[in-house]
Design a protein around this ligand. Sequence first.
Ligand SMILES: NC(=O)c1ccc[n+]([C@@H]2O[C@H](COP(=O)([O-])OP(=O)(O)OC[C@H]3O[C@@H](n4cnc5c(N)ncnc54)[C@H](O)[C@@H]3O)[C@@H](O)[C@H]2O)c1
Ligand SMILES: O=C(O)[C@H]1O[C@H](OP(=O)(O)OP(=O)(O)OC[C@H]2O[C@@H](n3ccc(=O)[nH]c3=O)[C@H](O)[C@@H]2O)[C@H](O)[C@@H](O)[C@@H]1O
Length: 378
Amino acid sequence: FQSFVDSGSRYLTASWGGIQWEKQVRTSAQIHRSGGISVLVTGATGFVGSHVSLALRKRGDGVVGLDNFNNYYDPSLKRARMSLLSSRGIFVVEGDLNDGKLLSKLFDVVAFTHVMHLAAQAGVRYALENPQSYVHSNIAGLVNLLETCKAANPQPAVVWASSSSVYGLNEKVPFSESDRTDQPASLYAATKKAGEEITHTYNHIYGLAITGLRFFTVYGPWGRPDMAYFSFTRNILQGKPITIYRGKNRVDLARDFTFIDDIVKGCLGSLDSSGKSTGSGGKKRGSAPYRIFNLGNTSPVTVPILVDILEKHLKVKAKRNFVEMPGNGDVPFTHANISSARREFGYKPTTDLETGLKKFVRWYLSYYGYNTKAKLVQ
Ligand SMILES: NC(=O)c1ccc[n+]([C@@H]2O[C@H](COP(=O)([O-])OP(=O)(O)OC[C@H]3O[C@@H](n4cnc5c(N)ncnc54)[C@H](O)[C@@H]3O)[C@@H](O)[C@H]2O)c1
Ligand SMILES: O=C(O)[C@H]1O[C@H](OP(=O)(O)OP(=O)(O)OC[C@H]2O[C@@H](n3ccc(=O)[nH]c3=O)[C@H](O)[C@@H]2O)[C@H](O)[C@@H](O)[C@@H]1O
């Protein structure tokens, strides 16, 4: 464990502590509505984390962010999201999940009721290039966070992001939470599956209330530049070709693309129904809930149709380059059964891909300085 932490030390930052810092953390954690909660959001300047933090704040909850601002994708986008959070009074602590002293300090300063754990090394194909980053954040970082939560007094309830990728090579659709998840197709998926097992042990031994959310290919404004809808948009606007993967016999790949606002509603619904941890200071005093939910859209769309929609909104034709899906961790299709989340906390996605991509394109053109005719304004 220590060697993972050491090998990841380039991520570690120590610019925290001091009276002013504690004041900022406390102020940010303050609850502004009756019955509100105070939440530590990890990965707060990431795509999903920034949206969830803003939504919690908007309804009057206390929010403190944590993020290491790593350069997996352009950190200036994370800084821009942070500015947005700061403008709403949310303080983001710059630090790594593996920094145990920092996490303990945060829990000394604030008695968080909930942890929304969204920090991770995301991306399916990048695991071929940098496998250790998945071990660092998704395994070692997760254990470190759970160690802190277990020792806290009171213990928070933990909601964290697993992934649709745990269904791996399954062919039965739609994917249900009770389906097998023992055939991962990527190291990313394997670390998310490991996360589900690891969180189970912390629930079992220490009484932490745990909810795992299997997100299905989330997209939207302020999104992730490494994802297909985002990189396709960039290339289409720059007149560069895009690579579209296809399965054997030229079968199109499909994803249950899910709009960010629907995911945010699912995150808040699961936080509100997460139940209570039963232990404190590392001692279990009763059993606590352990839950896993799919959060998808239940309406898969093929990748070429995604490109058709982008072309329509961008008013530019894509240069399509089809290649057979390389063995890089991809799965042919995803499709969520969401009846458990609907039953437990009323999860009901309402945005179709056409509408959601329109909102994404509008944001993209504005953020990257294009005028409405998709020309870059110099
Ligand atoms: N976006 C999707 O389609 C999708 C789908 C399924 C699951 N997920 C999961 O949802 C979560 C959020 O994903 P996202 O799309 O917002 O990704 P993201 O990369 O935009 O956000 C993750 C954030 O975590 C931070 N981070 C990573 N490692 C860290 C560490 N060790 N310490 C502190 N901060 C760290 C990153 O800097 C980043 O800002 C992740 O757990 C991801 O695996 C995302
Ligand atoms: O749902 C999930 O669990 C996963 O969703 C996404 O993974 P993925 O579905 O692979 O999303 P993209 O990378 O945006 O790819 C979407 C589709 O486009 C395809 N694609 C991707 C990139 C490319 O250049 N060409 C291409 O055809 C992929 O094969 C896939 O079928 C996220 O990147 C993961 O972090 C997340 O865990």
